[in-house]
Ligand binder design. Structure first.
Ligand SMILES: Nc1ncnc2c1ncn2[C@@H]1O[C@H](COP(=O)(O)OP(=O)(O)OP(=O)(O)O)[C@@H](O)[C@H]1O
Ligand SMILES: [Mg+2]
Length: 638
C-alpha cells in the first residue's frame, strides 16, 4: 500500500497579514470560528475519494450481505410451511426457492439445508471481505490525514510549538486522525441500517401487520438501551483514554526527574503522585467495564422479552389460524420463525440509528481538531514566487530590523549590520537583550516585523525557506542530542556524510578525544537528551554537527558556554582556521573569544549600541570596555 502525501495545504496569508499570525503563545489559544458540521463532514470524506472504487465495492458487498441476512431465516420457514407438511401453504417467495429444487420431499429437504448452509457461509465470507475493505479504507484515509498533519506540524513556526505541550500533537496525530474515518464509517453504517430496517419492515408487514406491531413494541427499549449504554460506553472509553494519557505523562515526568527526586528526597511524594494517577486510571477502567458488561445484559433482556412477545402472540395467531378456524393465508409456523429471526435483527440497525448523531458529533470533534491545525496560518509563509537560490558564500545584510514575538512587544529595534563573506563577527550583550532572537531571524524561524534580512541583496522573503536555511549551520544555545549513535548525531544535517568527514568535524570541534573513549566510539548510542554525556561534550557534538554541513554561514549561539578554557581555546582556533572559508557569526558572553573578530556588535535593549573591532571599542570607553572590566580573565594578575 503506497499512499502519497497530499500537498500540504498552505493557507496563504494576505500580503498585509502580520508576520506573527500564529496563535498567541500563552495558554489556550482561541481556536477561532467553528466550521459547520457539513463542511467538516465533506472535508473528512474528501480524504477517501481517491479510494472511491473500494467504496463502490464496499457498497455492493454491503447490499449483498443485507440481502443474505434477510434471507437466512427462509429455508427453515419454507421447510416447515411448504415441505414438511401435509398442507403446503407457500407463496411466491417459497416458489422461488422451491422452483430450483427436485420435486421429491427428500430432495427438497436436502436442497433447503444446502441453501441454508450456503447462505451462512457466503454471508460470513462477504462479511469478512467487507471488514477487510473497511480496515483498508480506514487505514488509507487516516494515513493521508496523518501525512498532512505531520507535514503541517513540521512547517508550523516555533511560536506555535512553544505554546503547547508535545502531548497535544501526539494526541492529534494518534487519536484525532481517526476522526474523518469515524465520520465516513458512521454515515455508511447508518445508511445501511436505514435501508435494512425499511426492507425488513416491509417484509414483516406483508406477512402480518399485528405481529409486526408486536415486534416493534420492543423498539423503544432497544433505542433506550442503545442510547443509555452506547453513549455512556463511548464517554467512559474516552475518559479512560484521557486518564491513561495522563498516567503516561505522570510516569514520563516522574522518570525524568528521578535525579531531582533523589537529591531532594522526594521519593515518597513522587510515589503519591504516581499512586493517584494509577488509582484514577483503574477507577476509570472499572467504570468502563461496568457499562460494557451491563450493555449485553440489557440487550439480552430486551431480546428475550421481544422473543417471548413474538412467540406468545405469534404462537396464539398460529393456533387460531391453523386449529381454531383455519384460513388460507393465515399465520404459519414458518412465518413465526421469520419474525423470531427478524426481531433479533432489529437490534443492529436501531443501534446505528440511535447513536448516529452522538457518534458523528464525536468524530466531527476529532476531525475538527485535525483541521484546525491544518488551517492554522503559518507564521513563515513562502511566497509562491520565491526563487531558488544557490547555496554559496554571500554577504548577509541586516537592514533596520525590528521584531517582537507578540504584537506590541519590542525585542529588536533598528538593528542593522553587514556581514561579508569570510568574516568572523560577534554579537555580545547582557542576557535577554535579543541575541538569540536575532540568530533565529537569520535562520528565518521568524520574519522581522519591520526591515529585512538579505543575502547578496535578495530579501529572505523572496527566497525559498530551505535555501535560506541551507546557507546557515546553527549551533543553538541548547545542544540537542538525539537518541541515536554519535555518528548519526553529528551527521544529522548531512546524512550522507562519510565516517571520515564525521571524524574530521568531531576533531575540529574538539570532540574526537572523548568520542574515542566511549565504549563503541562513533557507534555508541547516546541517551535521549544526551544524559550520558557531560554538558561540554554535548556542546562539542552540536558544534561538530554544524561544522560537518557545507553551509557557508556558521551561526553559533554561545558555543563555549559549557566548555573549559582549554576546549574553548581549541574551538576558537578552529573557528579562526575556518575564517575566510566560512562566515562565522558568534554570540557569546566570553569576551576572550571575540578579540579577533572582524566586527563586534554590542547589543543593548534590542539595539546595537556599539560596533567595531576590539581595540576600537576599547578606545571608546563605552559598554564594551565596561564589560571587559567585569569579564573574568584567564589570568587575573595580567
Ligand atoms: N518564544 C518567545 N516568546 C516570547 N518572548 C520571547 C521568546 N523568546 C525570547 N523572548 C524574549 O525576548 C527577549 C530576548 O530574548 P533572547 O533569547 O533573544 O535573549 P538573549 O540575548 O539571547 O539572552 P541570553 O544571553 O540570556 O541568551 C527576552 O526578553 C525574552 O524574554
Ligand atoms: Mg540567547
Amino acid at each position: 500500500m503506497k499512499i502519497e502525501p497530499r500537498t500540504v495545504q498552505k493557507e496563504r496569508l494576505p500580503a498585509s497579514a502580520p508576520a506573527d499570525a500564529d496563535p498567541p503563545p500563552t495558554g489556550a489559544y482561541q481556536e477561532g470560528f467553528e466550521a459547520r458540521s457539513l463542511a467538516v463532514d465533506l472535508r473528512a470524506t474528501s480524504y477517501f475519494t481517491p479510494d472511491w472504487r473500494w467504496i463502490a465495492l464496499l457498497v455492493v458487498l454491503i447490499a449483498i450481505s443485507v440481502v443474505i441476512g434477510l434471507l437466512e431465516a427462509w429455508p427453515l420457514a419454507i421447510l416447515v410451511d411448504s415441505v414438511l407438511t401435509q398442507t403446503p401453504r407457500g407463496d411466491w417467495i417459497h416458489q422461488i426457492f422451491l422452483s430450483r429444487l427436485p420435486d421429491s420431499k427428500i430432495g427438497q429437504v436436502v436442497g433447503l439445508v444446502l441453501i441454508g448452509m450456503a447462505l451462512q457461509i457466503i454471508g460470513y465470507a462477504v462479511w469478512m471481505s467487507r471488514m477487510m475493505i473497511n480496515y483498508n479504507l480506514n487505514y488509507r484515509g487516516t494515513t493521508r490525514v496523518r501525512y498532512d498533519l505531520f507535514n503541517k506540524f513540521q512547517v508550523l513556526g516555533l511560536t506555535f510549538h512553544r505554546s503547547r505541550p508535545q502531548g497535544d500533537a501526539i494526541y492529534r496525530l494518534s487519536a484525532d486522525a481517526f476522526g474523518p474515518w469515524g465520520i465516513m464509517d458512521t454515515v455508511i453504517g447508518t445508511s445501511v441500517a436505514a435501508v435494512t430496517l425499511t426492507v425488513m419492515t416491509a417484509i414483516l408487514l406483508s406477512r402480518n401487520v399485528s405481529l409486526t406491531l408486536a415486534a416493534f413494541s420492543v423498539a423503544p427499549f432497544i433505542i433506550w438501551s442503545n442510547w443509555r449504554f452506547g453513549l455512556r460506553i463511548h464517554q467512559r472509553a474516552l475518559e479512560s483514554k484521557q486518564i491513561d494519557a495522563d498516567l503516561t505523562s505522570v510516569i514520563q515526568q516522574a522518570m525524568s526527574r528521578i535525579p531531582l527526586a533523589q537529591a531532594f528526597r522526594r521519593e515518597r511524594g513522587e510515589f503519591r503522585i504516581f499512586r493517584g494517577a494509577v488509582r484514577r486510571s483503574v477507577a476509570a477502567l472499572l467504570r468502563l467495564n461496568w457499562q460494557e458488561q451491563l450493555y449485553p445484559l440489557a440487550r439480552d433482556t430486551v431480546l428475550a422479552v421481544g422473543g417471548a412477545i413474538i412467540l406468545g402472540y405469534g404462537g396464539y395467531l398460529v393456533y387460531r389460524d391453523e386449529f381454531v378456524r383455519p384460513i388460507a393465508g393465515g399465520m404459519t409456523i414458518g412465518t413465526l420463525l421469520i419474525f423470531l429471526d427478524y426481531v433479533r435483527k432489529l437490534w443492529d440497525p436501531l443501534k446505528w440509528l440511535t447513536e448516529f448523531i452522538a457518534k458523528v458529533r464525536l468524530f466531527e470533534a476529532a476531525a475538527r481538531r485535525v483541521f484546525r491545525i491544518l488551517d492554522m496560518p503559518e507564521s513563515i509563509v513562502e511566497s509562491p514566487a520565491s526563487a531558488r537560490v544557490l547555496v554559496q558564500p554571500r554577504t548577509l545584510t541586516i537592514d533596520d530590523v525590528a521584531f517582537g514575538y507578540r504584537a506590541g512587544q519590542v525585542v529588536l529595534a533598528g538593528v542593522s549590520a553587514e556581514i561579508r563573506h569570510g568574516q568572523m563577527v560577534a554579537f555580545i550583550g547582557s542576557s535577554g537583550t535579543g541575541k538569540s532572537t536575532l540568530l533565529a531571524l537569520m535562520l528565518r524561524f521568524y520574519d522581522p516585523t519591520a526591515g529585512a534580512l538579505r543575502l547578496d541583496g535578495i530579501d529572505f522573503r523572496e527566497m525559498r525557506i530551505v535555501d535560506v536555511r541551507a546557507h546557515m549551520a546553527l549551533v543553538g544555545q541548547e545542544s540537542i542530542i538525539l537518541p541515536a549513535t554519535v555518528a548519526q548525531n553529528i551527521g544529522y544535517g548531512r546524512p550522507a556524510a562519510s565516517r571520515a568527514d564525521i571524524a574530521e568535524a568531531a576533531t575540529r570541534a574538539g570532540a574526537a578525544g572523548f568520542i574515542q573513549e566511549l565504549p563503541d566510539g562513533y557507534d555508541t548510542v547516546l541517551a535521549e537528551g544526551g544524559q550520558n554525556l557531560s554538558g561540554g561534550q554535548r556542546q562539542r557534538i552540536a558544534i561538530a554537527r554544524a561544522l560537518l554541513t557545507k553551509a557557508p554561514f556558521l551561526v553559533l549561539d554561545e558555543p563555549t558556554s559549557a566548555l573549559d578554557p582549554q576546549h574553548e581555546k581549541h574551538l576558537v582556533e578552529t573557528l579562526r582556521a575556518l575564517k575566510s572559508l566560512r562566515t562565522i557569526i558568534l554570540v557569546t558572553h566570553r569576551l576572550e573569544s571575540v578579540v579577533e573578530c572582524d566586527q563586534i556588535f554590542v547589543m543593548h535593549g534590542g539595539r546595537i549600541a556599539e560596533r567595531g573591532r576590539h581595540d576600537e571599542l576599547l578606545a571608546r570607553h563605552g559598554f564594551y570596555s565596561r564589560m571587559q572590566d567585569h569579564s573574568p580573565r584567564p589570568n587575573p594578575s595580567g
